[in-house]
Design a protein. Sequence first.
Length: 111
Amino acid sequence: MIRIALVLAIMLAALPVQADPRITCRGPGGGHLGTGPACSSLTALLAGHNVTVTLELTRDEPQALAGRLVWQTGGRTVSGPVVEVTASERPLDARAGERLALGLVQVSDLP
């Protein structure tokens, strides 16, 4: 029994530990959706990655949600491209935050 516990302890110690991302989210106050939907989706998309990133919403209007990711790499700050999600026929819902987060991860060259 002690041998089994010892073997399990050794096996668990050998597994790589993945850190969770450190994400800061900010945007214009009083916006349509706020940072919540995009920030939650970004956290899920980057789970298991050791990265520190800031989500900066640049637009948060009923029919437009836009933002960029900012991160540190090689001792410098990098700003990714602005991604925008729009709707012409009705106000955006929380799914716009999911689409924004996915688009940001796809176009940003995160470390």
